[in-house]
Design a protein around this ligand. Sequence first.
Ligand code: NI
Length: 164
Amino acid sequence: MHEIRHVGDPVLRTPAEPVTDFDKELRRLVDEMFGIMYAADGVGLAGPQIGVPRRVFVYDISNRKGHLINPELIVDDEEQVVEEEGCLSVPSRETGKPLYAPTPRAAGVTVIGVDRLGRPVSVTARGMLARCFQHEFDHLNGKLYVDHLPREERRHVLAATPQP
Ligand code: NI
């Protein structure tokens, strides 16, 4: 059983490797990721967040649910939108709940990848789903939402985590 890793864990800063085996183990991993995400009241979860350095993420937000494997991210609308954003891997050390901060993201994106059976998937998104895709895609490249914050704001958030 995998557990959610928190900022300070090197796996969150390591670019994930492509998935190559579309086997039973992968299908189990995707199921487990949904379970961990729902148990934590999350809306998205990427492999590195549970210590699995593979390019896979799951999401369930704005009535859209799915998973992406080996995704590419295309920015359709570069306009920057600032909304509150948080991450299960960036929790408050006092409450254990995600820490939120206003974070700029592109307004519209398309993700292209495959599903757990290797079938092509393409999803075009705006709003919170577009934000979620950018957030999860970042995880696959060893990035966290705090990287997009002004320095002072980033320091403020990280100071409240378990490993400041
Ligand atoms: Ni996250």
